[in-house]
Ligand binder design. Structure first.
Ligand SMILES: [Zn+2]
Length: 65
């Protein structure tokens, strides 16, 4: 787990567990908002971006590797 200057956490995805907030452990998927992370280009052509997640409870943002 590493913290970056923009406040976005990068966490290891645990495929066996439900996605949850790394800050407050919220795991209700209705509270976890997925969006496109335009700063994280994972493929140039076709252009593909990574995903990032934001917790609706505490506001923490993170992405998974
Ligand atoms: Zn949270």
């Amino acid at each position: 787990m590493g913290e970056e200057s923009n406040g976005l956490l990068t966490i290891e995805r645990d495929e066996s567990a439900r996605r949850k907030c790394p800050s407050c452990s919220e795991e209700n998927k209705n509270m976890i908002h997925e969006s496109t992370d335009k700063t994280n280009i994972i493929n140039d052509y076709p252009r593909l971006y990574g995903k990032k997640y934001r917790c609706g409870r505490c506001g923490q943002e993170w992405r998974e590797k």
